[in-house]
Ligand binder design. Structure first.
Ligand code: ZN
Length: 325
């Protein structure tokens, strides 16, 4: 199994099976682990969970070639079977288990092992080869308890409101935004969502998620309100709409001391939709693969730390003889 060809070319390729995992460019047949745009391309044939398929078509209505595959239901393909398992990252996110005659390969996609509000946490699936994401694959990315982080965010929002300004929380339209919205549910604070986040949240609701009341940003705003907006939209007329406001970035990168200055925000909070360093290492231990390839992120660093813990690991991009050019 260790010599089974697994290649990297802006995505993972299993040539014996003719199957790609999250390729950035269109490929003949691919698994889309979740609906974030850096994992989606217009493949002639793709497999994803029904929720991911719905979220993908919300953003790209012309992409009609995604075939829905429920969690835990094996799909028989030539030379292998494909089963999707929850990855905990965003609604619909999946790990892909590919079982062949030579053994089982588990690709995590983006992974979160803590409980979130809108997706089922990832549970380790035993496999012979693990393809592990490594977004936060450096030791200083150790996130505090989520409840503490949420309490700090709420307290910051209240203090901003008390000062007469509007708190603006920055989070991606798909996943992070809905997590923030859910986190504020118990607080009784009025919430306004940027239009792109509002649209995705409506799809989340259609897929069965429940949220506190919210309105779309731009309509007559009820005050005081907390605004949730994607980071890219923070400079688009917020001053005219809100008057005085303060911004906070909610991201795992908040563990970097320089982030606040780099993003030019008033506050940062380490609320992530990924596993932190320790969770990634524990995950690899619990999967118990004979070989772990790290992908997507601090792959070299994470592989090195896994080897120090006695796990056979390598960055997939570092395997020159197997690399596609
Ligand atoms: Zn993602």
């Amino acid at each position: 199994m260790l010599n089974y060809p697994i290649l990297w070319d802006s995505g993972i390729y299993l040539p014996e099976l003719g199957l790609w995992l999250d390729p950035r460019q269109p490929r003949p047949r691919a698994v889309i682990s979740h609906a974030h745009s850096d994992h989606v391309a217009a493949h002639p044939l793709a497999y994803a969970t029904p929720a991911t398929r719905r979220l993908v078509t919300h953003r790209r209505p012309s992409l009609t070639t995604v075939q829905g595959l429920e969690y835990g239901q094996p799909l028989r393909l030539e030379h292998c079977s494909l089963t999707l398992h929850p990855a905990g990252h965003v609604l619909g996110s999946a790990q892909a288990l590919i079982e062949t005659d030579w053994g089982a390969i588990l690709y995590t996609g983006d992974l979160k092992t803590r409980s979130g509000f809108t997706s089922v946490p990832a549970i380790p699936v035993p496999a012979d080869v693990l393809l592990l994401e490594s977004t936060f694959g450096k030791p200083h990315y150790r996130f505090p308890d989520s409840a503490e982080v949420i309490a700090a965010i709420v307290s910051w929002c209240r203090s901003v409101i008390d000062s007469g300004a509007t708190p603006v929380l920055l989070g991606y339209s798909l996943g992070k935004g809905q997590e923030i919205l859910s986190a504020l549910a118990a607080e009784g604070i009025h919430i306004a969502l940027h239009a792109s986040l509002f649209g995705v949240t409506e799809v989340y609701r259609e897929l069965g998620c429940r949220f506190p009341q919210y309105q779309v940003l731009g309509a007559a705003l009820v005050r005081p309100t907390v605004v949730i907006t994607p980071p890219t939209a923070r400079r688009n007329g917020l001053r005219e709409m809100l008057g005085e406001f303060k911004t906070a970035a909610l991201t795992g990168w908040a563990m970097d001391p320089s982030l606040k200055a780099r993003l030019e925000v008033d506050a940062v909070f380490p609320l992530s939709d990924h596993a932190d360093f320790e969770e990634l290492c524990c995950y690899a231990e619990r999967v118990g693969a004979t070989m772990t390839y790290t992908v997507l992120g601090f792959d070299e660093e994470l592989a090195m730390h896994l080897r120090r813990r006695g796990i056979r690991a390598k960055a997939l991009t570092a395997i020159d003889q197997l690399r596609l050019f």
